[in-house]
Design a protein around this ligand. Sequence first.
Ligand code: ZN
Length: 233
Amino acid sequence: MTERIQRVMVITAHPDDSEFGAGGTIAKLTRDGKVVTYCILTNGNKGSSDRSMTPERLAKIREEEQRNAARVLGVETVDFLGFPDCELEDTRETRTAVSGAIRRHRPDLVIIQNPHRTKLLGASHRDHRIAAGIALDCVYPLARDHMAFPELMAQGLEPHKVKEVHMMWWENPELVVDISETMDLKIKALACHVSQLKDMAAVEKRIRERSAELGKPRGYAYAETFEPIVIDR
Ligand SMILES: [Zn+2]
């Protein structure tokens, strides 16, 4: 990663999305001295099949799990925007919140999910698509333009230009990141999401197989893949 990228923000829908899609890459970035921040739009409070669980209790558990996972990868700051799980909508409120996070942390690179519906149903969860769409609209033009959301300026949040966006991408990806050296950290971070993992061994097996498949064309043991958008060289 070049010198022009110093600050990175990962914007996702749910606690655990960053680790699943980009955990190995995030560990590499923090090892390289980049400052990585998470911005998570929903509180993940529907992700349980336990009938005795309540949404309030689950939101608290998932926040704690996410902070633990972030720490494993060297991510110090996690912004929880707290919108309800599975009910994320692209509204003025959600766009203001994400634009505010971008202006506050001023990332050079923003990593997001795939905004498109694909055949990978789990990966193209509606919250993921909506979060990615919101993030792109906030990168350009909403976080950049001083007259968008005057209330942010009133809070001292000056406009900010993001230089590059990486979308998590699996079909003919342009960017293949070698995560062979950080794969173990990715697995360790994923294992922090205890409430989401009934069978961690099965998840690990699936993740390793998938990452190996993505790395194979480039000769990497494990990879994560992205589609980049370069805004400002
Ligand atoms: Zn998710």
